[in-house]
Design a protein around this ligand. Structure first.
Ligand SMILES: [Zn+2]
Length: 219
């Protein structure tokens, strides 16, 4: 991740992922200092690498997707009771991810293991083609409204373009206290709620959109 030891800074993985997806599997297995380095580019969408006699800035606008297990063995919470990890092992594993890093990840989703029978009886969901149509329409709404995607809105642009009704405002304020949301987290929830409304082809953000955005911030 841009941490080559040479005297001349070279683009690292996150710059190679510019305008694309950076997927980090087994997130807590990465070195903590490497994970903390992600914080600056996740906000600024660029990364500055300093060496003794030079400093360079590279583009780093990427979509971060990461996966992790609930514990080192992967079975914590599993109905089979197979997990043999000690509580302090699980805590150490989960503590590898700092609050400020998690604060910069908009959607946290727990995916429980599915019994085979459920997999076999699964109903067909929306096809990729159907989702694609909705995504293109949502993107168009965003470009028409503000000439950029919701994720790129600065805090002052969020205030300008993302307006809530009174009850939605109250819902978010309550949740802010309960979840102990930072100002950054608050703006991120608003951007996600706006995107959910765009995907639902809705001009206004209603309570269901705000609740859904908050449900992705469970950690
Ligand atoms: Zn375990």
């Amino acid at each position: 991740m841009g941490s080559d030891r040479g005297s001349r800074p070279k683009p690292g993985e996150i710059t190679l992922a510019n305008k694309g997806v950076l997927f980090l599997d087994e997130l807590p297995e990465f070195d903590r200092t490497v994970l903390e380095v992600l914080r600056q580019p996740l906000e600024a969408k660029q990364i500055t690498i300093s060496r003794a006699n030079s400093q360079m800035t590279f583009p780093a606008s990427f979509q971060l997707v990461a996966a992790m297990n609930p514990c080192p063995c992967g079975y914590d919470g599993d109905a089979s009771g197979r997990c043999r990890c000690r509580p302090e092992q699980i805590k150490r594993y989960q503590d590898k991810l700092s609050g400020p890093l998690l604060d910069r990840i908009d959607l946290h989703i727990t995916v429980p293991a599915l019994p085979i029978a459920d997999l076999q009886n699964a109903q067909a969901g929306e096809t990729s083609e159907q989702v694609r149509v909705r995504v293109i329409a949502a993107h168009k709404h965003q470009m028409q409204r503000q000439q950029k995607v919701n994720n790129e809105l600065s805090p002052s642009e969020v205030d300008k373009y993302i307006q809530l009704g009174e009850s939605e405002q109250q819902l978010l304020q309550l949740a802010q206290q309960r979840l102990n949301l930072s100002a950054r987290g608050y703006h991120r929830v608003l951007r996600v709620a706006r995107t959910i409304a765009d995907l639902a082809d809705s001009d206004t953000i209603n309570s269901a959109h705000v609740s859904e955005a908050l449900s992705y911030r469970s950690k």
